[in-house]
Every structure is written in structure tokens, then in C-alpha cells.
Design a protein around this ligand. Structure first.
Ligand code: MAN
Length: 565
């Protein structure tokens, strides 16, 4: 007979541990009903007080009360409700039942263990129901020779051992949870510090931006109208001419330099030849009648007689010409290149007419005047056609301003990311902050499944078909679990449980995007217990984690709930 469900159902209402044996009460009467059976002469049906029976009619195996209360220790009234009243017991003495049955079942005292009710239909049915009735009192009539020994001592001992194991496990889970809470607190503190320092940096950058903007405006204003041209590129014809002239002069100077070198080399060779010929003239023997030598000597004498220098280039003059142009010698090209290089600008080059002593004073005044004229639309800004090249000062000021702006944008976006993180729901005590980024996985069939906390769930093919995203973390919700406790403790049990929702995973062929509900239960360590696909591409994971334990759970002396673990 498959009785587990009914037996467990009844066990949930059995008072645990504290009930004293009811020596005087008839068999099968639970302690809370004993008061109805104290009269030795008569028995009044509990829900039908108008019916009064003789006390010998109690447990006489004949159902006389409409509510079955005269047969607490037999199955004579089990037909009233074969599985006993539905639970919880609305309307019974312990509740509020509208059923006709008055008693919740047959009471097994289970001395040495925990007392429990079993359905009346299991009484004297020839089966020992040790799961709830370890004392064997449900089979007092030994139907078909059935004898149920009292096993409460061993069952009770084993039960207490398991209870102790569970208690210790809860304590370890609670300890681990406390560690996680501490870690989460520390992580939160880090984010808060980051937010504070980002705010400070942003405030500083804001001030810096204002200051750099002011500087840029100032430099840009001062430099306006004072346009620096690139070499050889002028605004107007004059600018072009200046560039070309400078280039030409440089070329000529180079050529002159080379010609001078060549001249010196040739002069050296002439000197050598003259020396050879003069030696020949001195040392030849006129007694030898050598016509060739005589002609050569004569030629040399004529040459030497006519070689009188008429006009000589003075080297000092040439060296002066070869000197680089600059402010102290030759032409100062820079003066022409840096300012007023356009035809129009020349008109405004008033400084050129001033004595050098007052030039710089007047220079600044004229610059300001030019800026004013430009700003008021009287002078054209950048009147050149080749386009201005900004001064290095303006470029540097703008670069600094833009760098500060870029840093400000980066820090502002970092701040909003960190603030969003602080506002995020990380569960009770912020606990999932400590698990974020960690993963647990399990082999199930042809896949390995993985849960990465607060990130995503993944289905990994063991046949090398690649990974499938089963959903990205969305939010935490609460659902009611209703499962029997498992012997290994790896189950959801009963009661409200956190469920993490992962949505918008990889699209399902001909179906929706994959999603996963991750049900959590209290456990000593993070472990992916089970994975199922309740409907196509809708997955359910059952996961144990200390993060799902209640905050006071397992604490010595603290209250523990029956349905946990
Ligand atoms: C793959 C897996 C399954 C899923 C089907 C849907 O085989 O992701 O879990 O049901 O695709 O086509």
C-alpha cells in the first residue's frame, strides 16, 4: 500500500515531542482529545453531544457516533473519510472542520520517538506503518498474524541522529551565510567609496573645465587676428613672395658656397702647376737643345708676366653674404612671416612705422584693437585665403579643455554605472553581491548546465555543439515551494523560496527566447542540484546555496522552521 503521502500529511499536525502518554485514555486517542473520554460510565459523541453512549461502546469496532469519535482505536468508522479529514483540519477541535469526522486519525504514542496520527483505514489492516507508527500499536488485533514490534527506540535514535546532522549542517550554512554577508558588505562599501571618489573627481573636473574654458577663451581671443602662417604659405601675394624669396635666397647662398669651395680647389691646383713650371724654368739645362722644353719655359715666362690680378673678390664680403639670415644679420624673414603677411594685413602693420622702444607697448594695444575690430565685424577675421594655422597656445589650451571634458564624460558614466549597481536588488542583506561572477554547474544528460550568479545560465553541449544562452539575469522573485523533504536535504522543501529569473536567452527554434527560473534553497555550499525543461526552452534549476538560508537560521537557540532543509 502506497501510504507515504497520507502519512506525511498527518505527521505535519502531530504535536511533536512534548505530549505525555495518555494512560487513561482509550487506545488511539490523541492527548488533545483525552478530555472527551474521561467519563467512565458514558461517552458523548464529540460533534454530536445529543448522542450519549455507554463507555463500553468506545472502541467496540462498531461505528455508533456520526463523527466516528466512539472508535478512536479501530477502523470501524474509517468509511467516514478513508484518508481522514483533509488537512489542515478545519473545524476539528484543533481546527475548524466541516467534515463529519471529529478525530484526526489513530494516535500512535511512539514513546521514545515522536507521536503521530495515522488514517483510520490503516488501523488493523495487516501492515506495519513504521514510518509514523513506530510503536506498532496500529496493528493491535494482529490481523492475518501480523505482529508489529515496537521499533521506536531504534527509529527514534536514528531520527535524532539525522536531526542532529541537520542541525549542524544548518549551523554551518548559517556560518557561511554570515561570511557571505560580511563579504557583500565589504563589496558594497567599496562601491560606495568608488561613488564618493568619483563624485569628488567629477566636481574637480567641473571646476577644471570652467577654468580651462576661461583660459581657452582668453588665449583664443588674444591670438585672434594674430595668425601664424606656415613657411612659404602666405595669406596674400606678399606672403607667397616672401616665402619664395626666402627659398630663392637660401638656394643662391648654397650655390655661392659651393662655387667658393670649387674656386679654392682650382686655386690650389693652379698653385701646384705654377710651382712645377717655376722649378722647370729654374732647373732646366739651356745647353741641351731641347725645343719642347725651351717652348714650355718661354710659355711659362709669358704666363707669369701677364698674370696680374686686376680685381679680387674679398672673401670677407662673401662670408658675410653666406651668413644665415636672422634678427641680427641679413633679412629677418620671421618678421614678415609671422604677422601681417597678407596684402590686406600690411595696411594694419602700423608697428612697422614706430620706433622699437615703444613697439611692444603699442603692439599689445594694436592687437586688442584688432580683436575689437574683428569682434565688432569691422575687420574680417582671418582675412587670408590660404586659411590660418592656429597658434600653438590656442591648440594647447583647446587640447587641455577637451581632455578635461573627455575625462569628465568618462567619470560621469562610471558614476552612473556604480550608482545603478548600488540601487540594484542583490537580495536580503545584499548577499548576492558576494556571489556575483561565480558559477556553479552540473552534468545532466547530454549537457552541462551552468549558472553564473547574477549573470546568465548556459546549456553546454557535451557533443561539441556549442553553448546555448538560457537567459540573462533579470530579477529576484519569491515563489511558494511545495515539495517533500529529501533525505539528502538537497531539495526545495515547503514554503516561500527565492527564485532568480533569467530571461531573453537564445531564441528557441520556432519558439520563444529561452528563459530559466532558478529556485534556491538553503544549503551548506553552492550546488546546482537539478535542471529540468518544464516546457520547450523554459528551464528550471534547483540550486542550494547558503545565500538562501534565513538570516537567523541555524543560530544556537534560534528558531528553526520545520520545513527548512
Ligand atoms: C536544444 C536544447 C533543448 C531545446 C531545443 C529546442 O536542443 O536547447 O533544451 O529544447 O534545443 O529546439
Amino acid at each position: 500500500m502506497k501510504r507515504t503521502a497520507a502519512l506525511v500529511l498527518l505527521s505535519t499536525i502531530a504535536p511533536t515531542g512534548t505530549i505525555a502518554a495518555t494512560e487513561s485514555a482509550p487506545r488511539g486517542v490523541g492527548p488533545e482529545f483525552a478530555k472527551f473520554y474521561t467519563n467512565k460510565e458514558a461517552f458523548t459523541c464529540i460533534s454530536n453531544p445529543s448522542i450519549v453512549l455507554r463507555s463500553s461502546q468506545v472502541n467496540d469496532n462498531s461505528c455508533d457516533c456520526p463523527d466516528g469519535s466512539d472508535e478512536p482505536g479501530t477502523s470501524a468508522c474509517s468509511h467516514l473519510d478513508p484518508l481522514s479529514p483533509e488537512q489542515p483540519l478545519p473545524g476539528s477541535v484543533t481546527g475548524t472542520t466541516n467534515t463529519t469526522r471529529a478525530l484526526p486519525g489513530f494516535w500512535c504514542e511512539n514513546k521514545g520517538h515522536i507521536g503521530a496520527y495515522i488514517p483510520f483505514m490503516y488501523v488493523n489492516d495487516g501492515v506495519c506503518d513504521y514510518e509514523l507508527c513506530c510503536d506498532g500499536t496500529d496493528e493491535a488485533l494482529h490481523v492475518g498474524g501480523t505482529k508489529c514490534e515496537n521499533r521506536c527506540a531504534s527509529i527514534g535514535k536514528e531520527y535524532r541522529r539525522l536531526e542532529e546532522e541537520r542541525r549542524q549542517s544548518k549551523e554551518r550554512s548559517a556560518k557561511r551565510r554570515r561570511t557571505l554577508v560580511k563579504e557583500a558588505r565589504e563589496l558594497r562599501r567599496k562601491v560606495e567609496n568608488k561613488v564618493a571618489s568619483l563624485k569628488e573627481e567629477i566636481a574637480r573636473l567641473e571646476e577644471q573645465k570652467v577654468e580651462l574654458q576661461r583660459k581657452y577663451d582668453e588665449v583664443e581671443r588674444a591670438e585672434r587676428g594674430k595668425v601664424v602662417k606656415q613657411e612659404g604659405e602666405g595669406g596674400g601675394k606678399l606672403g607667397v613672395l616672401v616665402g619664395l624669396a626666402k627659398k630663392r635666397v637660401d638656394e643662391l647662398r648654397d650655390t655661392l658656397d659651393k662655387v667658393l669651395d670649387q674656386r679654392d680647389d682650382l686655386q690650389d691646383r693652379v698653385d701646384q702647376l705654377e710651382e712645377i713650371l717655376s722649378k722647370l724654368k729654374e732647373e732646366y739645362n739651356p745647353n741641351f737643345n731641347d725645343e719642347g722644353v725651351k717652348a714650355a719655359v718661354q710659355g711659362y715666362e709669358n704666363y707669369a708676366a701677364g698674370n696680374k690680378k686686376t680685381s679680387e673678390v674679398v672673401d670677407a664680403d662673401v662670408l658675410e653674404v653666406l651668413k644665415e639670415d636672422g634678427p641680427d644679420s641679413g633679412i629677418n624673414w620671421a618678421e614678415f612671416q609671422e604677422e601681417e603677411t597678407s596684402d590686406a594685413d600690411i595696411v594694419y602693420n602700423l608697428e612697422a612705422y614706430l620706433p622699437p622702444s615703444v613697439r611692444s607697448f603699442i603692439h599689445s594695444k594694436i592687437s586688442s584693437l584688432k580683436v575689437w575690430l574683428i569682434e565688432n565685424g569691422i575687420l574680417a577675421d582671418n582675412p587670408t585665403t590660404g586659411g590660418p594655422v592656429e597658434s600653438k597656445l590656442v591648440v594647447a589650451a583647446r587640447d587641455a579643455l577637451e581632455a578635461a571634458r573627455a575625462e569628465h564624460t568618462t567619470k560621469t558614466s562610471q558614476l552612473s554605472t556604480e550608482e545603478a549597481d548600488l540601487a540594484k536588488d542583490y537580495g536580503p542583506d545584499d548577499i548576492f553581491r558576494a556571489l556575483k561572477g561565480q558559477c556553479v554547474s552540473a552534468d545532466v544528460g547530454e549537457y552541462e548546465y551552468e549558472l553564473c550568479w547574477f549573470d546568465r545560465t548556459t546549456q553546454k553541449s557535451k557533443k561539441g555543439h556549442g553553448n546555448t544562452n538560457m537567459g540573462n539575469f533579470e530579477r529576484i522573485t519569491t515563489e511558494i515551494a511545495d515539495e517533500e523533504d529529501r533525505v539528502d536535504g538537497k531539495g526545495l522543501g515547503k514554503g516561500p523560496r527565492m527564485v532568480l529569473r533569467f530571461e531573453n536567452g537564445q531564441g528557441c527554434w520556432n519558439g520563444p527566447q529561452r528563459r530559466t527560473d532558478v529556485w534556491l534553497a538553503c544549503a551548506e555550499k553552492d550546488e546546482l542540484w537539478r535542471v529540468s525543461e518544464s516546457e520547450k526552452c523554459v528551464y528550471r534549476m534547483e540550486v542550494g546555496t547558503p545565500a538562501a538560508c534565513e538570516s537567523g537560521e541555524g543560530v544556537e537557540g534560534g528558531e528553526t522552521k520545520h520545513d527548512e532543509l
